[in-house]
Ligand binder design. Sequence first.
Ligand code: ADP
Ligand code: ADP
Length: 222
Amino acid sequence: MIRFDRVAKRYANGHVGLHELSVHVRRGEFLFVTGHSGAGKSTMMRLLLAMERPTAGKLLLAGQDLGKIRNSQIPFLRRQIGVVFQNHQLLFDRSVFENVALPLHILGLSREEINARVSLALERVSLRDKAMQPPSDLSTGQQQRVGIARAIVHQPALLLADEPTGNLDPKLAAEIMAVFEDINRLGTTVIIASHDLALIARMRHRMLTLQRGRLIADGEAV
Ligand code: ADP
Ligand code: ADP
């Protein structure tokens, strides 16, 4: 599904986000990306979202060459991807339902279709009973689950999460990771950038370790 082939990213200010990174991710994989601040985790995510372009090498996502993708194709690319942020970025003046429905409005779906997809997404994160409440009525962990529901509501093939448990205590973090595992079991490829090594080690998935833009390990966390 994803192939980084000696992908490098050098920013305009001379900072190197990634040195020649070569990685292959199969459809349906569950992958952690770890490393200290500045290692290149966010750069990897932004390259996959075509927010940045590689300065060298080749990056393929679902057959598309992201170094060559036209700007007009980027919205279509992003419809295949869901993104979960650390600070879930919910709108507090709208209900949980409306927050999750947001990505669907640009797709031009019918009301019934929107209702069905939002209900399904909320079901996946066990929040169906909270649909009509504002996010402010929810706990931190529940709010993060709303962010996940919003990221999967358009049924993306790939789910990216950047430090999704950064603000959560260990118990809540483990719960959120279990939600990602459920989503992965249904076929979605999941890539999570995190530096919570203790949590990652308990989950026994593939882990890429980056250090100053270089891949220094690729394998199950120990
Ligand atoms: P994190 O440690 O959470 O990955 P960073 O501090 O690396 O966060 O980056 C946060 C944001 O700041 C990113 O969107 C990134 O693009 C931007 N950023 C990071 N380093 C620089 C830099 N040297 N110059 C400009 N923007 C930067
Ligand atoms: P991480 O997410 O692992 O903290 P980043 O990908 O944010 O790492 O950063 C990798 C390197 O790229 C760092 O040296 C950072 O300063 C640099 N960098 C990241 N984003 C930018 C940016 N927008 N402009 C310039 N340099 C950046």
